[in-house]
Design a protein. Structure first.
Ligand SMILES: [Zn+2]
Ligand SMILES: [Zn+2]
Length: 360
């Protein structure tokens, strides 16, 4: 947020820019937050022109309050002056196979598109500080239709600092929440309308990077898509009776996902296209369930000195030829097998890093 107060209220109660008023106390302006008289500092050539409180007045919320007010005024004005005032958000059409789809429960199986509406085609009015119809709370702006009063209004909530948990407060009402940190943010809304940014989600499909503009009470998704043709990337882990396993990146349509190997003991689909760490995680999950020893789980199976893969450091005493391919299944009967518990704890002990998975 800008560190200077560049707008204030004039005698008529209107927001005015610092360069549009006389210098000093002659400006006849008051602070939108504390309502005390301000002086306009608009003659200088070095510092940015701004309004200042009288000496000794402490008003910590002046800039925030003013920005909030300015956002309401500018957006309302733009709504009336412009023929087009858009709202735009991401619409997701999820897989219809809610019961059988392996991916839909992690929100992976969907098609998406941007939906854009010109609010001016549906609404003709925009008012400030209107109480919600059912809730004792004031919205910053209410966009509604005088010509079609049956149309559900849209409430605009502007946040200059932190946003509250709107979705919990009012389920039902159509609300657009926008975040404003400086005047440029307001100008962007004026120029492009209410536009949802990119949602970024983590493994558990929690939104981790929230958009600056969020939509509540709008239809932004359906669960009825019968025509998903995009393959979903995942990590496939296959464990065999021998204790050997594979772990690799795979992709397919949700309806086609099934076991890859008839003779496998267990196959797991990890719902992530980020392979990093999955190989190790899967290895220890498999061991925990089936308890099959394998050299890859053994402390004695280490990186070879020349960087050419791995070798058993007891190869001499066990009578192994270190230049021949190593059969990791030999651990099943090896008397020197020593479980690498430290590594197992690293991957299974920390519950924070678990990735959603489905057994096939
Ligand atoms: Zn003040
Ligand atoms: Zn699906």
């Amino acid at each position: 947020m800008k560190a200077f107060l560049t707008y204030a209220l004039n005698q008529e109660g209107l927001l005015v820019y610092v360069d549009s008023v006389p210098n000093g106390n002659e400006c006849n302006c008051i602070c939108p937050a504390c309502k005390k008289p301000l002086q306009a500092k608009n003659a200088g050539r070095i510092r940015e022109h701004h309004f200042a409180h009288q000496p000794g007045v402490d008003c910590p919320t002046a800039i925030e309050t003013t920005l909030h007010l300015l956002a309401k005024e500018k957006i309302q004005k733009a709504f009336y002056e412009q023929d087009v005032f858009n709202m735009e958000f991401e619409y997701r059409s999820y897989c219809k196979n809610e019961k059988t789809c392996q991916f839909v429960r992690y929100d992976n199986c969907y098609l998406h598109e941007r939906k854009k509406f010109n609010l001016k085609e549906f609404y003709d009015s925009c008012e400030q500080e209107i109480p919600y119809d059912e809730i004792r709370r004031r919205s910053d702006l209410k966009i509604w239709s005088a010509a079609h009063p049956e149309r559900e209004p849209i409430y605009i909530e502007i946040f200059v600092t932190h946003a509250s948990e709107l979705e919990k407060l009012h389920s039902g009402c159509k609300i657009i929440k926008i975040k404003i940190e400086e005047e440029e943010d307001i100008d962007k809304v004026v120029a492009t309308g209410f536009s949802e940014g990119t949602r970024i989600e983590d493994y558990h499909r929690e939104t981790v990077v929230a958009s600056e503009t969020s939509f509540y009470g709008f239809k932004t998704a359906d669960y009825n898509n019968n025509n998903i043709k995009q393959e979903i990337a995942f990590s496939r882990y296959i464990l065999y009776q021998s204790g050997k396993f594979q772990c690799y990146q795979d992709a397919c349509l949700c309806k086609d996902i099934k076991r890859e190997r008839k003779n496998s003991l267990c196959e797991i689909c990890f719902h992530t296209d980020v392979a990093f760490g999955i190989h190790e995680l899967a290895k220890w999950m498999g061991y925990k369930r089936f308890g099959i020893k394998n050299c890859l789980l053994c402390k004695n199976y280490v990186d070879s000195y020349n960087g050419m893969g791995k070798l058993c450091r007891l190869y001499k005493s066990l009578g192994l030829n270190r230049f021949e391919p190593h059969d990791t299944a030999r651990a099943k009967t090896c008397t020197s097998f020593s479980l690498n518990e430290q590594e197992m704890d690293e991957f299974l002990g920390n519950n924070d890093v678990t990735v959603p998975f489905t057994e096939l």
